[in-house]
Design a protein around this ligand. Structure first.
Ligand code: DND
Ligand code: ATP
Ligand code: GLN
Length: 691
């Protein structure tokens, strides 16, 4: 496949490459500082960055003290700006450079925005620190003390103020705002208002000196500002070369995106540095669109926001294919073992608490559950047992039924029995074949006469008989039926509607994706909570092929499940990936495919969740990714919403979302998948045509 199709470029998918540079600096040597700025700006632009941020007062150095009041130094800064503009006129990037500038008879601590050799805007610092080690008011005037809204600098006239947004029409979603160091330390940073006005990339030119513990504090400030404003936050602190008369400098650069750290410099480094991150502008805008309180805040400050000036930049999207951003293979399962264990702990508690509350309010002390020996019913059974333990009730109050049908394999049957016994629940077995056969005969179905017609009716009769038994058992024992179907199955419509596994009195798994269920079970094994016998069965269950076991094997070998779910609906690894990006962020299918390609194309790259067996660490190439994505789109948008619209109750577990029509996902049952399929089909055709 030719990799010159726009599909392969990050910019086609709403990403922008942003850079933060920490050049070497010399105090009061603007020519040298300008030259280092030029060199790093060129390097960053050559690598496809469209925004390059430099430290505060970088052209003069920050630690000049009273030298700032020397005309000779200020002239030299202006000359450095003239030279820098000329030397970078051919760069396809917005450069944000720090300089002390004379204006209206005072000196301002400014961020100069350069693009295509032009000074496109100048932003003065709003909040000048004048406490403890800082004396900025001795040298500078603050933004609020400026009179006009333009400045003459380096032979050019440019917009001046704290109300400037830089936008590039050719890069949708790119809107840059600039503030300076202390501005972020205030209760209401100017960037907060800029974000409300539409800025997605907030840049901070900083010269923060380092003291013990300060790096963590800065990181926390940047992360929280990026999360609050649903924006990217770029930060550049001065480094090697600033004066150590009384202070020290660590060259701390950060790129954060909505509360997530994407890149960070090495601090106390002897070399110049550039850090890069490919920021997902579309994701930011999608999140702002969803979070209605963001829009309410805009309403509250409309007057201030109206004063914002928008400068259009002539920047074009470069063709960049090496996505510099980690795309996790499992969006629902963190790779890092500590975080994963924390999430598993949360998930279990949410599930168990949900069930406890439902039992209390329904006034029941027993639950009924169908145990197949598969992953989902195992997980739900563990939750039910924990709920009984917490309620101080006997585990015998869990009425567990294994119900072999026409295609139940010896292996899962064995696992189901062993699990129930090891957990100490009330274990029963009901053979559903006689009642299923009766129903097939009543329907006039050929399988009722022993003919091998294994259609969807044959499958659903068995799922239906099981559910029918479970509900009547619940009536009989004054219990409730615990549902087992997981989020991934709901997304794909992979369950039998109504009198089938779609229905229960309370479904503890409803918002737990299949890829997480495996890890929840592994977590139970690791925790040692249930002891050796239970763990042995759990290991067996984890190793069994995922199957609905509704169709008998042709060769009658019934030791292992015959139907392989993932051959029909696709690997859950990919389908959970698709589910996350389609429902959580509303991305186009082509973008989801692009992300999946980066996450899944090479099994040797990146990390895998600990405990995942070797044979499950597999790669998927783009044609396979596109094939299963198409299956997902059709099943999710076209044929399965009616099942979700009638979902039983169950707790939302992950921030990735649930599919409850009363919660995260309200959608019409009659929608068509045409636009999603058309988008992916256009791409498949294009790529085929290109060979
Ligand atoms: N838009 C719509 N609004 C309202 N009703 C609609 C509908 N579209 C179809 N229907 C009705 O719904 C029926 C289709 O739904 P349904 O009866 O559920 O049947 P269906 O979705 O065709 O089949 C269930 C599938 O799930 C699989 N399954 C079942 C159970 C467990 C598991 C597992 O592995 O966990 C997998 C099973 O192998 C089978 O392929 C149609 O026959 C029609 O009567
Ligand atoms: N042989 C069985 N005995 C008892 N209950 C069953 C049996 N087969 C299915 N069920 C019930 O129907 C539900 C759906 O069945 P299915 O086989 O699709 O899921 P599962 O086995 O729990 O998990 P997985 O989908 O991962 O195999 C099960 O979770 C279980 O509650
Ligand atoms: N240059 C500045 O504005 C520095 C002040 C900021 N509060 C800091 O400590 O890093």
């Amino acid at each position: 496949m030719h990799r010159n199709h726009p599909f392969y470029s990050i910019y086609y998918h709403g990403f922008a490459r942003l850079a933060v540079a920490i050049p070497a600096v010399r105090i009061a040597e603007p020519a040298f500082n300008g030259e280092r700025t030029r060199a790093l700006a060129r390097r960053a632009a050559d690598e496809g960055a469209v925004v390059v941020l430099f430290p505060e007062l970088g052209l003069s150095a920050y630690s000049n003290d009273d030298l700032f009041q020397q005309t000779t130094l200020l002239d030299a800064v202006e000359q450095a700006l003239i030279d820098l503009a000329a030397a970078t006129h051919d760069l396809n990037a917005l450069l944000l450079v720090g300089a002390p500038l004379r204006h209206e008879g005072r000196l301002f601590n400014c961020a100069v925005a350069l693009c295509s050799g032009q000074i496109v805007g100048v932003t003065p610092k709003s909040y000048l620190p004048n406490y403890r080690e800082f004396y900025e008011k001795r040298h500078f005037a603050a933004a609020r003390d400026a009179i006009g809204d333009t400045i003459s600098v380096a032979g050019q006239r440019a917009p001046f103020g704290t109300n400037i947004l830089y936008e590039a029409e050719a890069i949708p979603g790119l809107a840059v705002y600039v503030e300076l160091c202390e501005d972020l330390w205030t209760p209401l940073p100017p960037s907060t208002f800029a974000a409300l006005a539409g800025a997605t990339v907030l840049c901070n030119l900083s010269a923060s000196n380092i003291t013990i513990g300060k790096a963590d504090y800065r990181r926390a400030l940047c992360l929280s500002q990026s999360a609050r404003t649903i924006a990217a936050y770029l930060y550049s602190a001065a480094g090697l070369g600033e004066s150590t008369t009384d202070l020290a400098w660590d060259g701390h650069a950060l790129i954060c995106e909505n509360g997530e750290l994407l890149a960070e410099s090495r601090r106390f480094c002897d070399d110049e540095q550039i850090i890069f991150a490919d920021v997902d502008l579309e994701r930011l805008i999608q999140d702002r669109m969803r979070q209605t309180s963001f829009s309410d805040s805009i309403g509250d400050y409309r007057e201030r926001l109206r004063a914002m000036r928008r400068i259009t930049l002539p920047i074009k999207p470069p063709f960049v294919t090496d996505l510099r951003r980690t795309v996790a293979r499992f969006p629902y399962v963190p790779d890092d073992p500590a975080t994963r264990d924390e999430r598993c702990y949360e998930a279990y508690n949410i599930q168990v608490h949900g069930l406890i509350q439902r039992m209390r309010s329904a006034g029941v002390t027993k639950v009924v559950i169908g145990v197949s020996g598969g992953l989902d019913s195992t997980q739900a059974l563990i939750v039910a047992v924990r709920a009984m333990d917490r309620l101080g009730l006997s585990r015998q109050n869990v009425l567990a039924y294994t119900m072999p049908g026409f295609a139940t394999s010896a292996q899962t049957h064995r696992n189901a029995q062993a699990l129930m016994a090891a957990l100490g629940v009330s274990a029963y077995e009901i053979d559903i074949r006689p009642s299923a056969l009766q129903m097939l005969r009543d329907l006039g179905h050929p399988a009722g006469e022993g003919k091998p017609v294994y259609d969807v009716t044959f499958e659903n009769v068995q799922a239906g008989e099981r559910t029918s038994h479970l509900f009547r058992l619940a009536n009989y024992h004054n219990a409730i039926v615990v549902g087992t179907g997981d989020l991934s199955e709901l997304a794909l419509g992979w369950c039998t509607y109504g009198v089938g596994d779609q229905m229960s009195h309370y479904n503890v798994n409803a918002s737990v994706p299949k890829t997480l269920i495996q890890h929840l079970i592994r977590y139970v094994i690791r925790s040692g909570e249930f002891g050796g016998e239970v763990n042995k069965v759990l290991e067996e269950i984890l190793a069994t092929e995922i199957s609905p076991e509704l169709v008998p094997a042709a060769d009658n070998n019934d030791d292992k499940p015959a139907q392989r779910t993932e051959e029909i609906i696709g690997p859950y690894d990919l389908q959970d990936f698709n589910l996350y990006y389609i429902t959580r962020y509303g991305f186009r299918p082509s973008k989801v495919a692009f992300l999946a390609m980066h996450a899944w194309r090479d099994a040797d790259r990146g990390s895998w969740p600990e405990g995942l067996p070797e044979h499950k660490r597999r790669a998927y190439d783009l044609p396979i990714i596109l094939h299963w994505l198409r299956v997902f789109l059709y099943r999710f948008f076209q044929i399965s919403q009616f099942k979700r619209s009638a979902m039983p109750n169950g707790p939302k577990v992950g921030s990735g979302g649930s599919l409850s029509p009363r919660g995260d996902w309200r959608a019409p049952s009659d929608a068509s998948a045409a636009v999603w399929l058309a988008e992916i089909d256009r791409l498949i055709e294009d790529l085929k045509r290109q060979g």
